[in-house]
Design a protein around this ligand. Structure first.
Ligand code: FAD
Length: 344
């Protein structure tokens, strides 16, 4: 296993609240490492509504989910915290010396003096097609929301899904110069995406470059060690076999509380109860901020998470560096904060 990274704070989740948590920790002079299972930072803002506008961030009349994530990343850049995307935190274990051993399976390992759980509604994982025999072909012939489509050129590709993510991939593949046999499979002949993309798909469909099939996969057939075809059941109850080289699944992401439930922390309806003065859980040194926590009056809003992260950072700082306790410093006027922000 990799040598553990030593850090003052380990932040689980790079959603808006986890990112702002890292900012507040940095201001207080604490080092932090941020981990997220998704391939990018931004949590729900990027995974669920990247291009939709948000109107209730203080001082920002409007920005999209993606823009908010970009600005938060820009804001934490001066602190040079570590950001580890594509890794799920699987284990969290208190050690005798007061630190926590945090593990991500085969990925990075951490030794942290405090832990901030900003896990939102849980680790986002792609919704899979629940049909026996598909899992064995993942990453070889079965892909979930792949970003790079170039390797699939010239092949027989079945794209499953009915939203923006599925349509964009199906259209991009159908437009490749190499003849790529693309079929878009969805439960209903009804698709949700912005008008331009819908028109693009309709044109490719009319041209015969993109085949649309209505139905769902009910079985998979393997030949040797390859996925050869799937059985598709249509709305009339008729089953057909669809031969393929590649299966691209875009059925959205669903949050999974996952390993968090095994860390010995008290949960209340899948949420972590916290002390509202410190946002500490019942486990000293472990804080919970954002959508994952619960307390009287809790509102699952970004602005509330920002407040929670601020108080949690101060609580952790007081606990880890009691000798540094002093008056509250303002970013406007404190030379120390300016130095930490890389301004002086
Ligand atoms: P999240 O954004 O959920 O991020 C948590 C992150 O933790 C995820 O990326 C997840 O993958 C990761 N994670 C979880 N477990 C693990 C693990 N074990 N290992 C590694 N990573 C893990 N709020 C507003 O204030 N204003 C709005 O206008 C608004 N609009 C919204 C619109 C929609 C459609 C939705 C769905 C929500 C909206 N919200 C809005 C709510 C807002 O998005 C959430 O309150 C906010 O995202 C919570 O931030 P978070 O950082 O706590 O959690």
């Amino acid at each position: 296993p990799a040598t553990p990274i030593d850090t003052d704070a380990l932040v689980i989740g790079a959603g808006p609240v986890g990112l702002f948590q890292a900012f507040q920790l940095g201001l207080l002079g604490l080092s932090a490492q941020v981990v997220d299972v998704l391939p990018q930072a931004g949590g729900q803002c990027v995974a669920l509504y990247a291009d939709k506008p948000i109107y209730d961030i203080p001082g920002v009349p409007v920005c999209t989910g993606r823009e908010l994530a970009e600005r938060l990343l820009q804001q934490i850049a001066p602190f040079r915290h570590g950001l580890h995307v594509g890794h799920e935190v699987q284990t969290l274990r208190p050690l005798d010396d007061g630190r926590f051993a945090v593990g991500t399976g085969a990925g990075p390992q951490f030794l942290a003096r405090s832990v901030f759980i900003a896990a939102g509604v849980g680790a986002f994982t792609p919704r899979r097609i629940k049909v026996a025999g598909l899992e064995a072909h993942e990453q070889r012939q079965v892909f979930h929301h792949p970003d790079d489509l170039a390797p699939f050129a010239g092949q027989r590709v079945l794209v499953v899904g009915g939203d923006e993510a599925a349509l964009l991939r199906a259209a991009t593949l159908a437009e490749l110069p190499q003849t790529t046999e693309v079929t878009l499979l969805h439960r209903r002949d009804q698709f949700s995406a912005e008008a331009g993309l819908l028109a693009r798909v309709a044109a490719l469909r009319a041209d015969g470059r993109l085949r649309v099939c209505i139905g769902q996969i009910t079985a998979a057939q393997t030949q040797g060690d390859r996925l050869a075809s799937v059985t598709v059941l249509d709305a009339e109850g008729v089953e057909t076999q669809q031969a393929l080289d590649v299966l691209i699944v875009c059925q959205g992401l669903s949050p999974r509380l996952g390993p968090l439930a095994d860390w010995g922390l008290a949960l209340e309806r899948k949420l972590l109860p916290v002390d509202v003065a410190t946002f500490e859980t019942a486990q000293p040194g472990v804080y919970a901020v954002g959508d994952i926590n619960t307390y009287p009056g809790k509102k699952k809003l970004i602005v509330c998470g920002f407040h929670e992260a601020t108080l949690a950072a101060h609580a952790a700082h007081d606990r880890l560096r009691p000798q540094e306790r002093g008056p509250l410093l303002y970013t406007t006027s404190s030379p120390l904060l300016h130095r930490r922000l890389g301004l002086a």
